[in-house]
Design a protein around this ligand. Structure first.
Ligand code: NAP
Length: 342
């Protein structure tokens, strides 16, 4: 690949603005621009950062924001679109714009699995996705489950997984969603996360439940894995420490909650003070017989961003999964200072 990959981004919200920043940091990619659909502080910040904006077809009044062109121009100029619109708009945009224009596209985890030719988590199934025209990066929760379960499966084999997702009620900026004073169970078994993991790790025997709580700071998972071979706590901790995009933290360093993880992320000073690694607590890894138990936290706004970057390379035919993951990690500071809390 000699020419840079020309990337267009549809939707400049929680995920889209982060993917835009990440694309700007890739030496093999060029950010052609992002869509503008309404006048808001995110578009003002895009303009301040000189990110070219293209008017969305059904855009509201854009209040004098400077447009580089229409959405059709963005489509023409881009090799690939990363669609970061809210579900189910990605699937609608696929039928209306990307298929007619024969444009490759990456979709997000809010979309149904069928929107993509494949679902994607880089360290699990990159190779399967090389050259595909439509790739769906799975949701933040599914990405978190896939990263750690893939590592466990490779070392011990897996008979069964039972996991509970304790989900943040809303993103930090979001004043509309909740709950603000309740714990809300998902009244559907399994929750959609288990079947979604199987779109990436095909034969994973997983069953999930989920509930939402009054927090904006991360999701938390409690995971119980029935392993084929007996796991060992120290060995599992080493395994997680050596797994890319997973970070082990401990009580001794005073990281005891999602609040402290996000403060730690601010202190590390990376992009937007995000924590793209899946965070596992050292003290909360335990073994009884062949059962392995652990607790992990997921920064919902950022763990899928690096996945989108790798998915772009995969779609464009770049075959070397490890090289892509390494490039992405280095450019985004992922795995930085992982050993600081060992
Ligand atoms: N937030 C998370 O924690 C998270 C984590 C992982 C995956 N995801 C997935 O990522 C996707 C995007 O979620 P998000 O949280 O980033 O959403 P978001 O913050 O609400 O941002 C959505 C963006 O898409 C634009 N948009 C709205 N309708 C559109 C349409 N019909 N076509 C094109 N663009 C449109 C919005 O413009 P306006 O501002 O003008 O409305 C906004 O810029 C969803 O599939 C979601 O499930 C979200």
């Amino acid at each position: 690949m000699t020419d840079k990959i020309k990337v267009g981004i549809v939707g400049y919200g929680t995920i889209g603005k982060r993917v835009a920043d990440a694309v700007l940091l890739q030496e093999d990619m060029e950010l052609i621009g992002v869509t503008a659909r309404s006048y808001n502080y995110r578009m003002i910040s895009a303009q301040a950062k000189n990110i070219p904006m293209y008017r969305w077809p059904e855009a509201d009044e854009l209040n004098g924001l400077k447009m580089e062109g229409e959405f059709d121009d963005l489509l023409q100029k881009s090799d690939i679109i990363v669609d970061c619109s809210p579900k189910p708009k990605g699937a609608e945009n696929k039928e209306k714009y990307y298929i007619p224009k024969k444009k490759k596209a990456i979709y997000q985890g809010g979309e149904k699995a069928g929107v993509g030719d494949v679902s994607f988590t880089a360290q699990c199934n990159y190779k399967e996705c090389v050259g595909k025209d439509h790739i769906r990066v799975v949701s933040c929760n599914t990405t978190g489950l896939c990263r750690t379960l893939n590592a466990i499966k490779s070392k011990y084999g897996i008979e069964a997984v039972h996991a509970t997702m304790i989900r943040r009620g809303a993103d930090p900026w979001d004043i509309r969603h909740g709950p603000i004073n309740a714990i809300v169970p998902v009244l559907e078994l399994p929750s959609h996360h288990g079947p979604d993991v199987k779109t990436v790790l095909k034969d994973m025997p997983i069953f999930t439940t989920a509930l939402s709580v009054s927090s904006t700071l991360m999701h938390m998972h409690t995971v119980t894995v029935d392993c084929k071979e007996t796991p060992d706590v120290d060995e599992v901790l080493k395994l997680f420490e050596n797994t890319s995009r997973v970070r082990v933290v401990d009580n001794a360093s005073k990281v005891r909650s999602t609040a402290e993880i996000m403060e730690f992320a601010k202190d590390l000073g990376r992009n937007r003070s995000d924590m793209p690694e899946i965070v596992v607590w050292k003290e909360a890894v335990g073994v009884t017989g062949n059962k392995l138990l652990y607790v992990q936290a997921i920064h919902q706004e950022s763990d899928v961003v690096c996945e989108n970057i790798d998915a772009i390379r995969a779609a464009m035919g770049f075959e070397d999964a490890e090289a892509s993951i390494k490039k992405t990690n280095e450019s985004l500071g992922i795995d930085f200072c992982k050993e600081c809390t060992e």
